[in-house]
Design a protein around this ligand. Structure first.
Ligand SMILES: [Zn+2]
Ligand SMILES: [Zn+2]
Length: 352
C-alpha cells in the first residue's frame, strides 16, 4: 500500500469523493495542484492513495477505512473498487482539519407532498463532525441521499418532525434497504419522533410483519416533546410546533457553539423562536405565499418574523409549494427579516 503525501484543501469533499470513485485518477499530485489552485476553503484535507489492500472496504460500512492507523472517510460507493483486482488509485477525504466541529447541511427535499421534478418531499441531512443525522424522509429521500454521497449504512440517527406522509414516506424503504440491501446494516438505527411516533411505527411494522423487522440490528425509538438529548459533542433540543399534536421542531448545537434549527411543518410558534434563538442557520417552512396563508403553515413574511424575533444569522426557506416559485417570496420574507436569506433547493449544501 502506498499513501502519497499530497494533501490539498478543498471545499466540497462530496463531489471530490464521488468523482474519484467513478474516474480513478491518473496522477494524484498534478490533480491535487490543479484543485489547490481553485479551492479557497481549508476545511478538508485530501490524500491521494494507491492501494492493493482493499480488505478494509468490507468492514461493514462503506464509508470508513483504516490505513496506517489513521481513520479515513471515503465518499461514494466502494463496490467498483472491490470488483477491480488491480491496484486502484482513488481519493480519500480526510477527517476535517478545521478547528472545532464541522457542521454541514444538505437539503434533500425542498418541496411538499406535491409531485415535482424541481422540489422533492422534505428530507435534510446534518453532518456534524463524523455523525450523520437525517431529518424526515419524504418520498425520494434515499435516492437523493445517494446523490449527496450518503447511504443507509451511514446514518447515525433519524429524526422525524411529524408523521405526515410527505415527511415519512421513505421510512419503510429505508428499513427494507437496511435489512435486505446487498450490504445489510448491522448497527442500530435509532429513530426519534414526536409523541405518538412509537404507535405509528408499530402500526406499519404490523402491516409489513417480518419484512420490516430487522434481525441484525435494532430500531430503538424515542419520543420527544420539550427535550434535550445529549450526544457527547453536540446536543439535540426539541420543542412542540404548531401544526399537529405530535409535531416537533429541532435545534442541534455543537459543543463549540454552532447551531442549526429546523421547524418541520408549523404555523407561527413562540417555541420555534426559542429553538432558533441566535442560531447560525434556521431551516424553516414557508409553505405558501403571504396571500395564500394556510392554517398550520407559515408564509414567507411569517417565517421572516420568526427569523427576526429569534435573531438567527441565516434563514433557509423550504417546504415550498409550487406556487412559491411563481411569486417573489424573497421580497415577502425580507419585509420582516434583514439577515442572510436562502431559498432551499434540492441537494443544496450549507456549511456552518
Ligand atoms: Zn409537510
Ligand atoms: Zn405536515
Amino acid at each position: 500500500m502506498v499513501i502519497q503525501k499530497t494533501t490539498i484543501p478543498m471545499d466540497n469533499p462530496f463531489d471530490q469523493g464521488k468523482r474519484a470513485i467513478q474516474e480513478p485518477q491518473g496522477d494524484g499530485i498534478d490533480d491535487a495542484k490543479e484543485k489547490q489552485n481553485r479551492c479557497q476553503n481549508k476545511k478538508y484535507q485530501v490524500s491521494f492513495c494507491e492501494s492493493t489492500d482493499l480488505s478494509y472496504m468490507s468492514s461493514g460500512t462503506n464509508t470508513l477505512g483504516m490505513m496506517g492507523g489513521e481513520s479515513y472517510r471515503l465518499f461514494g460507493k466502494t463496490q467498483m473498487l472491490k470488483m477491480d483486482p488491480k491496484p486502484v488509485r482513488f481519493n480519500m477525504v480526510h477527517l476535517p482539519i478545521k478547528k472545532g466541529l464541522s457542521m454541514e447541511i444538505i437539503i434533500l427535499g425542498s418541496g411538499t407532498c406535491v409531485p415535482s421534478l424541481k422540489r422533492g418531499s422534505p428530507g435534510l441531512i446534518l453532518r456534524i463532525g463524523e455523525s450523520i443525522l437525517l431529518f424526515d424522509s419524504g418520498t425520494g429521500t434515499i435516492e437523493r441521499m445517494l446523490k449527496g454521497g450518503i447511504t443507509y449504512l451511514d446514518l447515525d440517527v433519524v429524526l422525524y418532525t411529524h408523521s405526515h406522509p410527505d415527511h415519512v414516506a421513505d421510512l419503510v424503504p429505508l428499513i427494507f434497504a437496511c435489512k435486505y440491501g446487498e450490504n445489510p446494516r448491522r448497527r442500530d438505527l435509532p429513530i426519534i419522533g414526536g409523541r405518538g411516533f412509537k404507535s405509528y411505527f408499530q402500526a406499519i411494522q404490523g402491516v409489513y410483519g417480518p419484512w420490516l423487522q430487522p434481525d441484525l440490528f435494532q430500531i430503538p425509538i424515542r419520543e420527544v416533546y420539550d427535550d434535550i438529548l445529549d450526544y457527547n459533542l453536540f446536543r439535540v433540543l426539541s420543542k412542540p410546533m404548531n401544526h399537529i399534536p405530535e409535531s416537533v421542531g429541532y435545534r442541534v448545537e455543537s459543543h463549540d457553539g454552532k447551531s442549526m434549527a429546523l421547524s418541520g411543518d408549523t404555523d407561527y410558534s413562540p417555541n420555534l423562536v426559542e429553538l432558533a434563538r441566535d442560531a447560525d442557520v434556521l431551516v424553516i417552512e414557508s409553505a405558501l405565499p403571504d396571500e395564500m396563508k394556510a392554517e398550520g403553515h407559515l408564509t414567507p413574511s411569517l417565517a421572516g418574523r420568526i427569523g427576526r424575533e429569534a435573531n438567527c444569522k441565516k434563514m433557509v426557506l423550504t417546504h415550498l409549494y409550487p406556487v412559491c416559485d411563481t411569486i417573489d417570496i424573497v421580497k415577502q420574507c425580507k419585509r420582516e427579516y434583514e439577515g442572510e436569506l436562502l431559498i432551499a433547493e434540492d441537494l443544496m449544501e450549507i456549511s456552518i
